[in-house]
Design a protein around this ligand. Structure first.
Ligand SMILES: [Zn+2]
Length: 286
């Protein structure tokens, strides 16, 4: 049942239809389902969520021993039990005849919540690209989703298309000299460097030109690490709008056969940021 629902949800995410097949998935579904703070998209993990709900039975079976269904056979799995055991601590308040008390480990008041039982199941997951800056950036959802793919180097660039045995032109549409990869296209191709340099000057040094050989994740994290905290949403937005418009230029060249100059791409970045500034009051446009 969950497998079938997930198939539909995956199809909707990657293709906007229920027809998607394995090749269209750019990021593993397990990763997509992680909470945003842990690098995922926060799509609800139905298996973990239903486990979190089943733990409610175990919790109330203990806490409210006089409820009518207590004592009946519950559809609890061994994995449910394991999670329940690590989620609570048992205390015998005094050496009296009173029942043992249990407290829930994942909430400050010691009571079970479905949310905490859900989140507890992601303990140990780790994300290296600083997702908070990504989701808090002064940019639109499409820019964030795009950047989420980009920092994981999961854009559907020529190298990825070839790995799926699909037909494509393997070379970078921006320079025609090298194999197209996400990191080359958005960071190291001469065209990308020129656009980056223009954005750097225009933003008075808010972002720097990618250092040679940097991975996308390094470019993203290193740029933001040197920003004061209150500037981070702005700098993250600059990176996003820059990369996004490089990607649009690439698509325009491939699908429409139209090529623009770096200064024109800067113009598009400015216009797009100004549009959001007028609607939302941020990012600040230099
Ligand atoms: Zn190139």
């Amino acid at each position: 049942m969950i497998k079938q629902i997930d198939k539909l949800r995956r199809g909707f995410l990657w293709k906007g239809t229920d027809q998607a097949n394995g090749g269209s998935y750019l990021v593993q579904w397990k990763k997509v389902q992680r909470p945003k703070k842990l690098g995922g998209l926060g799509v609800l993990d139905l298996e973990r969520f239903s486990r979190a709900l089943r733990l409610r039975w175990l919790w109330f079976e203990w806490k409210e021993a006089d409820w009518p269904w207590v004592g009946r056979a519950l559809p609890i799995t061994e994995a449910d039990w394991q999670l329940f055991r690590v989620s609570m601590t048992v205390t015998n308040v005094q050496l009296t005849t009173e029942d043992d008390q249990i407290t829930w480990r994942w909430t400050s008041d010691g009571n079970y919540t479905a949310k905490s039982a859900y989140v507890a199941q992601f303990k140990g997951s780790y994300c290296s690209f600083g997702p908070t800056a990504l989701w808090r950036a002064h940019a639109e959802g499409k820019h964030k989703f795009f950047t989420w793919l980009l920092v994981q180097e999961k854009l559907l660039t020529a190298d990825k298309i070839q790995a799926r045995n699909w037909q494509c032109n393997p070379s970078c549409a921006l320079c025609n000299a090298e194999q197209e990869t996400a990191v080359h296209l958005c960071l190291h191709s001469p065209f990308a460097m020129q656009v980056c340099q223009l954005v750097r000057v225009w933003s008075r040094g808010s972002i720097s030109v990618p250092s040679q050989g940097a991975s996308v994740e390094e470019w993203w994290c290193d740029t933001l690490a040197v920003q004061p905290k209150q500037e981070r949403r702005q700098a993250a937005a600059l990176l996003m709008y820059t990369a996004w418009n490089l990607w649009k230029e690439r698509n325009q060249r491939i699908f429409e056969g139209k090529a623009e100059e770096p200064w024109f791409v800067l113009q598009l970045i400015k216009e797009e940021m100004l549009l959001r500034f007028r609607a939302c009051g941020a990012p600040v446009v230099p």
